[in-house]
Design a protein around this ligand. Sequence first.
Ligand code: SF4
Length: 423
Amino acid sequence: MRTIPIAAEACAEPTVLRERGQHEVFCGLTGIIWLHRKMQDAFFLIVGSRTCAHLMQSAAGVMIFAEPRFGTAIIGERDLAGLADAHEELDRVVGELLARRPQIRTLFLVGSCPSEVIKLDLGRAAQRQSQIRQGVRVLHYSGSGIETTFTQGEDACLKAMLPHLPQRSSPQRHVLVVGALADVVEDQMRALLAKMGVTEVDFFPPRHSASLPAVGPNTHFVLAQPFLSDTAQGLRAMGLRPIDSVFPLGVEGTTLWLKAIARAFGIGPEVVDEVTASARQRAQTALARQRARLEGKRLFFFPDSQLEIPLARFAQRELGMTLLEVGTPYLHKSLMAQELALLPPDVVLSEGQDVDRQLDRCLASAPDLVVCGLGLANPLEAQGVATKWSIELVFSPIQGYEQASDLAALLERPLNRRQRLAA
Ligand code: SF4
């Protein structure tokens, strides 16, 4: 099934196929995997069941880490006798954890689906723990699969930190870059922004949760990740000024993102062009080789990470790939407005999922490459379709000029593997 593209001259907005059926996505707990690596002094305590513990172990199994800074307080059947038991159990686990790990500065209690956990008031528990544990900020958010898909876990985590951002009194303009990025990407962005003349820059979440960035009336914020709508709304409500932009994926996306920041600071686009010239040149040279191999390849996105629309824009405009369907779990039209304007007018967009119907559409469209969740990758590979796990695109440093070619390589690799298998 294809949605019927509306006439391009009538309106630039593409038609969206909305589906509400069975869907296959991770829950918000998954975000802990990259958040715990980002904030080195934070710990994520999942208040959940054995299922949650297993999910984290298997999802984290794709990562290499020395000492994980997350764990699970199992609130199971034995606590059904009463909520008081569950609170006591939580107190005990938190006490033991903080005694063992005195370097923890922020402890996130992360809620999950089991009914025993839903009945617990984690807000009250966090408040109580904050009062009794000296020098540790205890916050809470939900990573439950009922309320969140995997990247929404980061949105909920960042939103939980907003009330704790200190007040900034400096009269100088300041920009807050919002969304967890690999340190190497942050360093590159900071260097480029400084060359443009934007020196008052903070990243959120920070590398150290104990030093949250201060914000004030002269703070602008720009999203570096597209799945942070609640955090963006919270920042707006605090009086911060949003910078609307596409997301910094690919050469074009990164340039437009930097130019949007420049505009907010009264810096001309020619300054960005000058400052970024050599990085753009390098990235474009690398991409040209990859484009030669990827051009015309047919690409299908299942809804998973909310990165799908910016990824599709990069794949289509910078790699020449053909978009068959771009699925996204949620479509925030205002956050995505500039991205959508860069997609072809007849693009097939879908929001939500009815997985069987989407699988039928996918197979009927004969894709060369499918970007999807782990659960769909195996069945599709078994049918001879090359797949890329969308979770890998969230874990990997893909933003900015230096990473544009790495992003293209992530899309190219499954196709190369299929070709080798077929040879
Ligand atoms: S979906 Fe619910 S029960 Fe399953 S791992 Fe996520 S939070 Fe735990």
